[in-house]
Design a protein around this ligand. Sequence first.
Ligand SMILES: C[C@H](OP(=O)(O)OC[C@@H](O)[C@@H](O)[C@@H](O)Cn1c2nc(=O)[nH]c(=O)c-2cc2ccc(O)cc21)C(=O)N[C@@H](CCC(=O)N[C@@H](CCC(=O)O)C(=O)O)C(=O)O
Length: 323
Amino acid sequence: PTFGMEFVPNYPPKDLINYCKFAEDNGVNYLWITDHYNNRHVFEMLALIADKTTRIRLGTGITNTFTHSPADTATAIATLDEISDGRATCGIGPGDLSTLPKIGINVETPIARLIEAVGIMRQFWSGQPVSTPNNKIFKFDGAALAYKPKQKSIPVYIGAQGEKMIETAGKIGDGSLINASNPKDFQIAVPIIKKAAGDKKFDVAACVSISIDQDAKKAKGAVKPVVAFIAAGSPPPILQRHGLDAAKVGTIKAALNKGDFKTAFGTVDDAMIEAFSIYGTPDDINAKIDGLTALGVTQIVVGSPIGPDRYNSIRLIGKYVIK
Ligand SMILES: C[C@H](OP(=O)(O)OC[C@@H](O)[C@@H](O)[C@@H](O)Cn1c2nc(=O)[nH]c(=O)c-2cc2ccc(O)cc21)C(=O)N[C@@H](CCC(=O)N[C@@H](CCC(=O)O)C(=O)O)C(=O)O
C-alpha cells in the first residue's frame, strides 16, 4: 500500500511543520491535514508545509462543502497545487456533523451537496467557465478562475463513513478517506466502492488510528484516549457492528462531555480498542495492515495518536512498516 499520515492542526504550526518534514524524511507518501473550524486553518497549514517539503503529496483530510464555498475550495486547492509544484490532493466530505451546528450550520443533504461541489471544482480546474443552472444548491453563472491552474485535473478523495457516502465516494471520487481501522468495516466498504467505481483507478485510503511503539503496553495506553473519542462519536449501527457495550460507550460520552477524562479513558475496553484502532509493536502493526490490504485497502493513512512518542513512532513507521 502507499502510506499517508494525518495531522490535526491543534498544536503550534512549527511543531506541525517539523512532524510533516520528519514524515517525508521517513518515506510517507501523503500528508492529510484535517479541517475543523476550531483548529488552525487547514489551507494556511498546507501552504506552510508545501514550502518546507519537496516530494510528499499534500491534501485536505478532509474539508467540507458547508464552511467553504466550492469556488473557494477550488481556488485554495489550485493555489496549493501551484505552490507545491503539483502535489495537491483535495480531500472533501460531509463535514463534522457534531461541530458544524455550533457555527450555525445544519447539515442538509450532504451527499447531493458534495456531488454538486465536486463537479464545480473539477470544472474550475479544467479552466472552463462554470455555469450550473440545473444545480439545486450551488447555482454558478459564468464563474471562472482568473489564473491557469497548474494541472487540469487534481485528484479528489471523498471522506466517508456511512454506506451511501462510501458509495458516493466510489462514484465521484478518485479515492476515499474512510475513518475506520478494523477489517469488519472494510469487508463492507470495499465491495460498495468496487461496485460504484467500476473499473476506474481508485485509491481506497483507510484513516487508521495507529499507536506504534517497541513496548506494546505503552502503545495501548496511548491509543485509549483516541478510542474514547471515536467510540463516543460512533453511531449505534457501528457499535453494533463491532459488538460493543452501548452502556459503556454512553458512560464515555457523558464523561467526555463533562471533561471527566479519567472516567472516559478508564471505561475504554479491549473490544473498543480492537474495533477502532491498531496498536502495538511494528510486527503487530504490520500484521494488522496486511489484514486491511488483503481486503482491498490501497493506502494506509496513519492517524492519531501515531504513538506514545510521536517522533519515535514516525521513525518506527518509516523503518519497520513502510520499509
Ligand atoms: C452525511 C453522513 O455521511 P458520513 O460519511 O457518515 O459522515 C460522517 C463523516 O464521514 C463526516 O462527518 C466527515 O466529515 C468526518 N471527517 C472529517 N470531518 C471534518 O469536519 N473535518 C475533518 O478533517 C474530517 C476528517 C475525516 C477523515 C476521514 C473520514 O472518513 C471522515 C472525516 C451520513 O449520514 N451518511 C449516511 C446517510 C446520508 C444520506 O443518505 N444523505 C442523503 C439524504 C439524506 C437527507 O435527505 O439529508 C443526502 O445527503 O442527500 C450514509 O452515508 O449512509
